[in-house]
Design a protein around this ligand. Sequence first.
Ligand code: KG4
Ligand code: ZN
Length: 341
Amino acid sequence: MTRILGIETSCDETAAAVVEDRGRVLSSVVASQEDVHAKYGGIVPELASRRHVEAIGPVVTEALERAGTDLDGVDAVAVTQGPGLVGSLLVGVCAAKAIAWRRGLPLLAVNHLEGHIRSPFLEHPEIAFPAIALVVSGGHTQLYLCPQEGVYRTLARTRDDAAGEAFDKVARLLGLGYPGGPEIDRVSEGADETAHDFPRAAMKDRSIDFSFSGLKTAVRRRAESLGIARAGALDGEPSRQVRDLVASFQRAVVDALVETTVLACRREAVRTVLVAGGVACNRRLRAAFEDAASRWGLSVFLPSPKYTTDNAAMIAGAGFLHLERGERAGLGLNADPNLRL
Ligand code: KG4
Ligand code: ZN
């Protein structure tokens, strides 16, 4: 029996988790900072770092307690090295180094994106390779081919905004709450998603890269011509017009993500799909992937919402791959805000 303590502080969530034997989650604690950043309509990096400093100790203690263990019962410490906000990452990296040094434990450096890709395995250890992995979060929209465990080849990335970023920006321009993704998901329910037909981005080359900034601009122009920019802020619940507009935007994003993923599956002759990252919480996206699975004979794995948004169980889960391969980070480990997978 092997247990890994995972630590994740790349963005605005302070998280710690204890995971046993590759994927059994004993505890997963996430302290969100949404209240800190909501009034600014986006993450303020300096405030994020300070809140991580306050939260990291109690969050690690709580993760150990909920797992019914202490540091004596842990075999290694896995931490997010990057990508992310450097000041935020440093808090987790320093905490993990201190624990590893004090206890003589192996230190495992995990790429945040690899963590997201491993998240479906926490609930589905049976997933087989090859697989195509779609990571859709606030900072990333990437499609990978994973021919075998621990190998990631980029097939597509976003040329401009990430999908989650597009959700957040569109919500902000219409005066909906922060973060925008969950809010758009909520108010789109029951709205007419065919009210507006937004253009799909198509690359000039054979590339299947994503692009969402043109769509965001199209939504802004439509909102302006309808006279509803920032309309959501005026009253409690957005109007029918705003709801139809964001539902149509959501449909365009979902179609682009699902169609590109299916195209990649067909090109690469792969039938297993992993979908991860905060945007994978989106109910319209989940339903569209389930439709695509039955239509194209694919096995699509979507983690439960608690493992799609940032968490440390996915970091501990990815840590097992490094532990098994004998990869150890030294105590000189540094945060890398631009770390590539
Ligand atoms: O993975 P994540 O928690 O953090 C990053 O690594 O970025 O993703 C956060 C992003 C935000 O942009 C948020 O608006 C989006 O995920 N998101 C959603 C939903 N829940 C979170 N987007 C659409 N629909 C949702 N239900
Ligand atoms: Zn993330």
